[in-house]
Design a protein around this ligand. Structure first.
Ligand code: ARG
Length: 426
């Protein structure tokens, strides 16, 4: 029997070779390949493919033996990837092609059936949703740890007074606990945003095919249920074209990094010789290669710096998507590197900030003593006058005058108020 004509063979490096008469130019091959970064999706790709195979079996599109063989071989491939057995470079176009080719090499025609009713467009959309969901739950967990740490520290320091600042000028006394509560409140908002986003994005694109669905009797709902989705994305065109969830997550990550960066900035200021509000633990600070005296808050500066990169990733994905006609365009392969980077960056930042906070020593005596005189309590005095019936604007003016007098005569606000017949209780 003649061997099959070459256009019916599935080539080692590409599964779509039928209509092509030439090999891909090596420069294009390298340029086109995303395997060196999208390999991180291998788990999601295999998870999705296994359920897709089960669905094909349920719908009698493949036999039980074929489904079993596909699933077992995919499990083997996963173990091998995790064992570092494969070189994931540009030899293959992407992680989806790589896994499918391995499958076909091992189980031949049965392997060729896996892609029935599926396109890489809905496949990659599924993988990215599964990846986003998994990473979001890791971020959630780490955010909860941070919030708990802040809550504990806040309780511990609920009575330790410090100057509060506006315009980086001493403004009113607050407790260190009150200050830490602000960050708890910010990170709780991030947590809620993340939870909401997880709900919004939890719909399955699989079964959308390239974009127009399929005439095959696929069961989209079965796949969605088996993969833990709340339903399917009804519009098959939207299912493959949508990257809103990546934009939303990138934006939530950016906001959370902005919060981490502000916290870092506060603590950098507090760790300066001039402030000396906190003492950095040796295991969370670094030295200078030249100046033996230095102890630097590198961890905090890195969080602040990485935040800039994460903002850049958000701008990238927004810009990549803004001009794309429906449905899939290869531009969308560029959704990954920046997003993976943002996810990894927030995970590593959260992993370091929580133990950092637990290691920091708060110099509460210095904080309290740094409250310059009793001028910081001017607002309290003003409110006392208001309670005595003086109109707010008049009271404000009056206390302002007392402050001036206090500064000029180097007296305390309390003394000046007393001279004016108002007794302050401190
Ligand atoms: N690697 C591609 C991506 O990440 C997979 C989808 C390819 N689809 C296609 N029609 N070429 O977007």
């Amino acid at each position: 029997m003649d061997s099959a004509p070459s256009h019916l063979e599935v080539r080692k490096d590409k599964t779509w070779g039928g209509r092509f008469t030439k090999e891909l130019d090596p420069v294009v091959k390298k340029f086109n390949s995303s395997l060196h970064f999208d390999y991180v999706l291998y788990r999601e790709d295999i998870e999705g493919s296994k359920i897709h195979a089960l669905m094909l079996e349920k719908q009698s599109l493949i036999s039980k033996a074929e489904a079993d063989s596909i699933i077992n071989t995919l499990d083997d491939i996963q173990r091998e990837i995790e064992g570092g057995k494969h070189i994931l470079d540009e030899t293959y176009e992407d992680i989806h092609m790589f896994i499918e080719q391995l499958l076909i090499e091992r189980i031949g025609d049965t392997g060729k059936k896996l892609h029935t009713g599926r396109s890489r467009n809905d496949q990659v959309a599924l993988d990215m949703r599964l990846y986003s969901r998994r990473q979001a739950s890791l971020i959630l967990k780490k955010l909860e740890d941070l919030i708990n740490t802040l809550k504990n520290l806040s309780y511990k320091h609920r009575q330790n007074m410090m100057p509060g600042y506006t315009h980086l000028q001493q403004a009113q006394p607050i407790s260190l606990g009150q200050y830490l509560d602000a960050y708890t409140s910010m990170f709780k908002r991030d947590l809620n945003r993340l939870k909401n986003c997880c709900q919004t994005m939890n719909y399955s694109p699989l079964g959308a095919g390239a974009f127009a669905g399929s005439k095959l009797p696929l069961d989209r709902l079965f796949v969605a249920q088996e993969l833990g989705f709340d339903g399917i994305i009804e519009s098959t065109i939207d299912a493959v074209s949508d990257r809103d969830y990546l934009i939303e997550l990138s934006s939530i990550i950016s906001i959370c990094m902005m919060h981490l960066s502000r916290l870092s900035e506060d603590f950098i200021i507090w760790s300066s010789t001039e402030f000396n509000f906190i003492k950095l633990d040796d295991s969370f600070s670094t030295g200078s290669s030249l100046m033996p005296n230095k102890k630097n808050p590198d961890v905090l500066e890195l969080i602040r710096g990485k935040t800039g990169r994460v903002f850049g990733n958000l701008m990238s994905i927004l810009t990549i998507m803004k001009g794309l006609p429906l449905a899939y365009n290869k531009d969308m392969q560029e959704d990954k590197e920046g997003f993976f980077d943002s996810v990894n960056t927030i995970l590593s930042s959260l992993s370091v900030i929580t133990p950092f906070l637990n290691s920091v020593v708060f110099n509460t005596d210095i904080m309290r003593e740094s409250m310059q005189s009793d001028l910081l309590r001017a607002t309290e005095v003003l409110e006392q006058l208001v309670l005595q019936g003086i109109p707010f604007r008049d009271a404000h003016h009056k206390v302002g005058k007392w402050i001036l007098q206090a500064i000029e005569s180097e007296k305390s606000l309390k003394e000046i108020a007393q001279q004016e017949g108002v007794n302050l209780e401190w």
